[in-house]
Design a protein around this ligand. Structure first.
Ligand SMILES: Nc1ncnc2c1ncn2[C@@H]1O[C@H](COP(=O)(O)OP(=O)(O)O)[C@@H](O)[C@H]1O
Ligand SMILES: [Mg+2]
Length: 302
């Protein structure tokens, strides 16, 4: 996000009731322009509901969605929410032709470009009903791309794919984001699926966004953290840094925190050569899933 806070979508205090049941409860978050924005939360958290609302498929009971672009222009919001509506008796190309017709677009060679873009350029007359799940998802993405959208909204596009299928979708989305500058909003109930892809995360729980965090900050959450206790922190810090460890120093507790992996013997030897006496070493390791469970509380399927 730029300094002045360029946003593409801003969700403000959105609530959604299904009869007496409140599915979304004053949900707020901001999607920066050009981001890959990951909505993470367990099943039933409200991801699909908010994506349907952003896509204009549903109306909020309360609250607003602001758009930083012309979202009323047909095709400008490309959405793949739940399973793509694909005609299984028709080829990938025919499916795109139908989508072009729906959007009132001229049928031309840009259709074949879109097929190639998602890696379905060589599927010929093969019926979409015979496609693998990964191919169907990529066809769904191609359909969402037909109107050259500013934003792609993809609800669990990785769900149920095999590792190769996951890599293909991940590469495709990275490419669409980088080369075409498309902002992508993507959901998953599995945090690690998005951890190599998203630039921003919103954690959704019980109809609310309970935390927004940048990918760089999330990186700092996981991994190995070591507390070094020493009488001479000013001498220890350069030694740790020379071993490639990122350090922070807390003057109050006088503990040096080091982030990253290292060989303890090498570090202790180097410290002793530098005349540093290390009194105590405490390590702790957190991973993304632990972080997620702590954040949402209780058991998680993420
Ligand atoms: N059409 C509907 N009618 C009633 N309840 C619904 C409807 N759609 C979703 N819900 C409920 O709203 C909550 C959020 O659902 P959903 O947005 O699908 O969550 P997620 O996509 O995160 O799994 C769930 O408790 C779900 O059962
Ligand atoms: Mg869902």
């Amino acid at each position: 996000m730029s300094e002045n806070g360029d946003f593409i979508i801003k969700v403000k205090d959105v609530s959604k009731d299904y009869g007496k049941f409140r599915a979304l409860e004053s949900m707020s978050f901001t999607v920066p322009k050009g981001s890959i924005y990951g909505l993470v939360g367990r099943n039933g958290a409200g991801k699909t509901t908010i994506m349907r609302i952003i896509s204009g498929l549903q109306k909020p009971t309360k609250g607003t969605v602001e758009y930083g672009f012309d979202h009323k222009k047909l095709g400008n919001v490309g959405a793949l929410v739940e399973l793509p509506s694909i005609y299984s008796n028709y080829s990938a190309r025919d499916n795109l032709v139908f989508q072009y017709m729906n959007l009132g677009l001229k049928i031309d060679s840009s259709i074949d470009e879109k097929l190639r873009l998602v890696g379905l350029g060589n599927t010929g007359s093969k019926r979409a009903g015979k496609f693998s799940l990964g191919m169907r998802q990529r066809l769904g993405i191609a359909m969402a791309m037909c109107g050259n959208p500013e934003v792609l909204i993809l609800d669990e596009p990785i769900n149920g794919l095999d590792p190769q299928g996951i890599i293909q979708i991940r590469d495709l989305l990275t490419q669409l984001n980088k080369d075409k500058g498309i902002t992508i909003i993507i959901s998953s109930h599995i945090l690690s699926e998005l951890s190599k892809l998203a630039t921003d995360f919103a954690f959704v729980e019980a109809g609310k966004v309970i935390k927004e965090i940048k990918a760089e900050e999330l990186e700092n959450v996981g991994g190995l953290v070591t507390e070094f206790y020493t009488g001479t922190p000013e001498k220890l810090i350069p030694v740790l840094n020379s071993k490639g460890l990122k350090t922070t120093f807390d003057p109050e507790s006088r503990v040096v925190l080091a982030k990253g992996y290292y060989n303890l013997t090498n570090v202790v030897t180097a410290a002793s050569e530098a005349g540093v006496n290390i009194a105590r070493v405490v390590t702790r390791e957190t991973d993304l899933e632990t972080y997620f469970v702590k954040l949402v509380g209780g058991e998680s399927n993420a």
